[in-house]
Design a protein around this ligand. Structure first.
Ligand code: GTP
Ligand code: MG
Length: 327
């Protein structure tokens, strides 16, 4: 994430440097930055003890700085009317399939995490590619006129696929590829620390979508078996919470994928849930289960979402990307 290109800065909360916080003198700022805390948002979402520990700044000073950062960012009580207004600010990204969009209440929402989970080959990665393209579409075509961040933990990103999908969407392939910030993620620590960096990267690069494909693979590999289950879940939950804060802070969509096994007996506990099921159990968000159907058809079902209509959507993975099934 080092190559930061200054493009159009979004009108949303945006990047606020720690140096703008009242009471942060250059000495404090240097310590904060050295520890990776570059934006005001990063301070208000971090634990005070963690900031004190990483920077060596006294706890009382940290507390004061956080208070000032909150004020600066306008974090305070809101009226229900303001909450309503914020809800109206939620935006949607089209998946490329009307049926799938309808199932999701209009598309992939900002300010939340959407998890796609299912067996291998159910289309999780294809949906991620499609969304990285579609977020770039103009508003009237179901996009957000913005860029995407693509965190790839399994090495399954294909630029050729982006190129083909862009062309099919009538977008310039070169521009489209330039607006996808790709990062190969090598382990779970790397994965977690990147989210911290995204608190400054996202607003600076007008990113409105962050993809993590897959969110679980490193955690599963590094914390294998039942004996590491608690630790793994705890780390994953912390990671997902941090992603949710990112989504809320900048009004962006976060999409994560999670492969589940065809043979649930290899996992523990309830075979339809537990580790073989979705990972968003303790984090608010939208969970979408994907299932294979005949040929290139796939079936999506939204799980545990009282605000969305029940039912299923069938879509197709075509040469052009995610599409409705042709009758
Ligand atoms: P895992 O990551 O292994 O869990 O699977 P996944 O859910 O990410 O599956 P993925 O999105 O990779 O979907 C794979 C399916 O998409 C394949 O089975 C193909 O049918 C289809 N697919 C992948 N690439 C292409 C392509 O270039 N053209 C077309 N038409 N279909 C493709
Ligand atoms: Mg995949």
């Amino acid at each position: 994430m080092s190559k930061e290109k200054e493009v159009k800065v979004s009108a949303e909360p945006g990047f606020v440097s720690i140096r703008e916080i009242p009471g942060v003198n250059p000495a404090i700022a240097d310590k904060l930055e050295a520890a990776g805390f570059v934006s005001a948002w990063m301070l208000v979402v971090a634990k005070p003890e963690e900031i004190a520990e990483k920077t060596g700044i006294p706890a009382v000073t940290v507390q004061k700085v956080i208070e000032n950062a909150r004020k600066l960012l306008g974090i305070r009580f809101k009226t229900a009317k303001e909450v309503k207004q914020e809800r109206l600010n939620v935006k949607k990204i089209t998946t490329g399939s009307k049926a799938l969009d309808e199932l999701l209440g209009g598309g992939i929402e900002t300010k939340t995490i959407t998890e796609f989970y299912g067996e291998f080959g159910t289309g999780k990665t294809q949906i991620c590619h499609q969304l990285a393209v579609n977020v770039q579409l103009p508003l009237e075509r179901g996009g957000l006129n913005a860029s995407a961040v693509y965190l790839d933990t399994e090495g399954t990103f294909r630029w050729e696929r982006i190129e083909a999908m862009a062309r099919a969407a009538g977008l310039d392939p070169e521009t489209t590829m330039n607006n996808i910030y790709y990062l190969r993620v090598y382990n779970s620590d790397h994965q977690m620390s990147i989210v911290d960096e995204l608190f400054s990267f996202v607003p600076r690069n007008n990113a409105k979508l962050v993809i993590v494909d897959s969110v679980t693979s490193h955690f599963r590999a590094e914390y294998p078996g039942r004996e590491h289950l608690a630790e793994r879940q705890q780390k994953l939950n912390a990671h997902l919470h941090q992603l949710l804060r990112l989504a809320e802070a900048y009004n962006i969509a976060v999409v994560v994928t999670n492969q589940v096994m065809a043979r649930p007996d290899v996992f523990y506990g309830d075979p339809t849930q537990a580790v073989g099921g979705h990972v968003l159990a303790h984090v608010p968000g939208v969970r979408v289960h994907l299932k294979k159907a005949r040929g290139n058809k796939r079936i999506a079902r939204v799980v545990d979402a009282p605000h969305l209509p029940e039912g299923e959507a069938v879509f197709a993975i075509t040469e052009e990307g995610i599409r409705d099934v042709e009758e």
